[in-house]
Write a protein that binds this ligand. Structure first.
Ligand code: ZN
Length: 492
């Protein structure tokens, strides 16, 4: 049976352009070693192979033979990635392939690399399919909401402490180059089947890596990382690096998370960007005010967070205006609105910059951020309020800023339980996980809803909270828009 499965896996590799025919015997022998087999017979396989009907059987057989230490998902993943690595090109060969396609068109190179990352199951397509997606017709624009099963929820306070832990680890963090080919352990995901393409950005030759996110929050969700493990920062270089990236990959949107705890993303200790080929809700935002300056268009958007869009055909002119906004914001104070650039030498103001090219024009989205904490708001004055933590307590990063919610996987089960409480009169006490949702459930009970539309009703309620979460992160609230206008008018 194993003999047939290996034949099928090899055929899958050839069929999906993962394995070169020349390497067939070599790859087969790698698999035999990993599966502790010393005999093999080649079979002619003509049918198309479905990865998900072959690989799970191989893994179960390997586990039964004692080759996988436990039946945890993690141990199975590590072993699977190692098996796939036996079929895959070396990182340098993958780079060569990417570069050859890039010469024809950047989109050919990314299409191939993305497909490759899916077909090797580095991007776990079957698991991602189980995520829930829906659209919430919000007051600013339709917001995309997703409940993501594949990534664990992170506590903002733990994120701030992470850098100390990382120093003693190998690889130091999930984004370090040393992950390429790493088997994986309790602290590190399987990376035997991981490939990273070398890039040059802003004249830093070969100092950058391009890879896809295994969690794939949106279409072609890519990560662009500095090869050195250095902390996040947002400055003029960052803006130039983003511009250089879209010059090389004009079909991708790219952005950087802020570098400060609370308002930054979930990885603060490794400098990286995120991008991809997707349209985000923020692009549909209405314009509150528009200015034409220095051959650029500067727009203040009607968005729950404080967003400025700077567009223009010249990267230099756009960069000039964006740099001025960044510098002005870093020093902006407005005590009436609780905005302090610095307290005790600690900086609080920063931005989340996002860049895309639309109709031949650079479009920079600048989201103003501040991470001040007070006694009343220990998690952050411009962070989701604690009453919303039952839905979202993590940092609001660049993906969510753009109107795409990444909500924790636990919600899938909890929403199902809430449905039972609301529409089938189950008692909340039956479900220990629902304790944190109690106040919310009580308010929802007052609203009339039938069993048929309970799903839509709940999705709406979740979407409404996500919109409020974004509003909490806005530094200029709707009622303070005139202050926002004044800040921009003084700056540009
Ligand atoms: Zn790192």
């Amino acid at each position: 049976m194993m003999n047939h499965l290996i034949n099928q896996l090899i055929q899958y590799g050839i069929q999906e352009d993962i394995l070169n025919m020349v390497d067939r015997d070599y790859a087969t022998n790698q698999l035999l070693f990993l599966l502790k087999l010393d005999h093999f017979e080649r079979e002619e396989i003509t049918e198309s192979i479905d990865f998900f009907s072959v690989m799970p059987t191989i893994l179960t057989e390997a586990y039964n033979k004692g080759l996988i230490p436990s039946d945890s998902i993690q141990d199975f993943d590590h072993f699977e990635a190692k098996l796939m690595d036996a079929l895959m090109p070396r990182p340098s060969q993958m780079e060569q392939r990417f570069r050859q396609l890039y010469k024809k068109a950047p989109v050919y190179a990314t299409n191939d690399f993305y497909r490759f990352s899916q077909k090797t199951n580095y991007i776990k397509t079957e698991r991602i399919k189980k995520n829930i997606h829906f659209v919430y017709e919000g007051k600013y624009a339709p917001l995309d909401i997703s409940i993501n099963l594949s990534k664990p929820e992170k506590d903002p306070k733990k994120i701030a402490l992470q850098s100390k832990i990382d120093e003693n680890n190998y690889p130091k963090c999930a984004l370090c180059m040393e992950n390429v080919g790493f088997f994986g352990d309790e602290n590190h995901a399987s990376r035997s089947n991981h490939r990273v393409i070398t890039l040059t950005l802003n004249h830093e030759k070969d100092q950058w890596g391009f890879q896809y996110s295994p969690y794939s929050y949106f279409n072609e969700h890519a990560i662009i990382l500095k090869k050195d493990h250095i902390p996040m920062h947002v400055n003029v270089d960052t803006l130039n690096e983003l511009v250089d990236f879209v010059n090389q990959f004009p079909h991708y949107t790219i952005g950087s998370n802020a570098e400060l705890p609370i308002v930054g993303g979930s990885i603060l200790n490794h400098y990286h960007f995120q991008g991809g080929k997707a349209d985000f809700p923020i692009e549909k935002a209405r314009v509150l005010r528009e200015y034409k300056v220095r051959k650029t268009k500067v727009e203040i958007l009607d968005w729950p967070m404080s967003v400025i869009r700077v567009s223009g055909g010249s990267e230099f002119k756009v960069l000039d205006v964006v740099t001025d906004i960044l510098n002005a914001w870093k020093n902006y104070n407005n005590p009436d609105l609780n905005i302090y650039a610095k307290t005790n030498d600690e900086e609080h103001n920063t931005i989340t910059p996002i860049l895309t090219i639309k109709e031949g024009k650079y479009q920079f989205y600048i989201i103003l951020r501040n991470n001040l904490t007070t006694e009343e708001r220990p998690y952050g004055v411009f962070h989701p309020r604690e009453e919303y933590f039952h839905i979202k307590k993590e940092n609001i990063g660049l993906i969510e800023v753009m109107g795409l919610a990444i909500l924790p996987g636990r919600l899938m089960k909890e929403l199902d339980e809430i449905k039972k409480v609301l529409s089938q009169n189950h008692s909340i006490d039956q479900f220990p996980d629902l304790e944190k949702h109690e106040a919310w459930i009580e308010t929802m009970k007052k609203e009339k809803t039938s069993e048929e539309n309970i799903n839509q009703f709940l999705y709406n309620q979740v979407g409404m909270i996500f919109e409020k979460v974004l509003e909490d992160c806005g530094v200029f609230k709707a009622e303070d828009k005139h202050e926002f206008f004044r800040f921009i008018e003084k700056t540009i």
